[in-house]
Design a protein around this ligand. Structure first.
Ligand code: NI
Length: 176
């Protein structure tokens, strides 16, 4: 496994629409493992392939609270698709490894059902609520080139992106 560099916004590679995988083969499974290791190292609870420069429909998620002694619960997903969302909405203070140290309230459906291929190319479906529902929708957004700041006001978005651009210029972030 390997720790991959995470792309920091603003960056055109975070705005591309990712390609679905044909099947989860050894190369895709290895990408999933590398992404998971990269996410744990960051640390974060979700990561999408375009964040490590691979425009492919792969995400990894683990919402287990390791700081509270919970065992890891990694989810490795290819071609994730929303099959249903609740009408009920919920606001969550979201962050992103590609927008380090910035957070904003984003409103999304509070529950979501997601269909995907697992690391063995097996078709699966999960129903999520709470932080998992938020995280899955956030990571799936990345596959469409959408960042959490695209869900907030232009004022707030531009403020965050301006600060990140400045931090990158000053070499304060490990940007690629
Ligand atoms: Ni993100």
């Amino acid at each position: 496994m390997a720790i991959l560099p995470i792309i920091v916004a603003p960056d055109p590679r975070l705005k591309v629409v990712s390609r679905p995988v044909d099947k989860v083969d050894a190369a895709v499974a290895r990408l999933m493992d590398d992404m998971l290791e990269t996410m744990y190292d960051a640390p974060g609870i979700g990561l999408a392939a375009p964040q490590v420069g691979v425009p492919t429909c792969v995400i990894v998620v683990d919402i287990a609270r390791k700081d509270k002694g919970e065992a890891p619960k990694p989810l490795k997903m290819a071609n994730p698709q929303l099959v249903a969302t609740s009408e009920e909405l919920k606001s969550w203070d979201e962050g992103c490894l590609s927008l380090p140290e910035h957070y904003a309230d984003v409103i999304r459906p509070s529950r979501a059902a997601v269909r995907y291929l697992d690391e063995n190319n097996k078709r699966r479906e999960i129903e999520a609520d709470g932080v998992l529902a938020v995280c899955l929708q956030h990571e799936m957004d990345h596959l469409d080139g959408i960042l959490f700041v695209d869900h907030v006001t232009a004022l707030k978005r531009n403020m965050i992106l301006r600060k990140l651009r400045k931090a990158k210029k000053l070499g304060m972030l490990a940007a690629e």
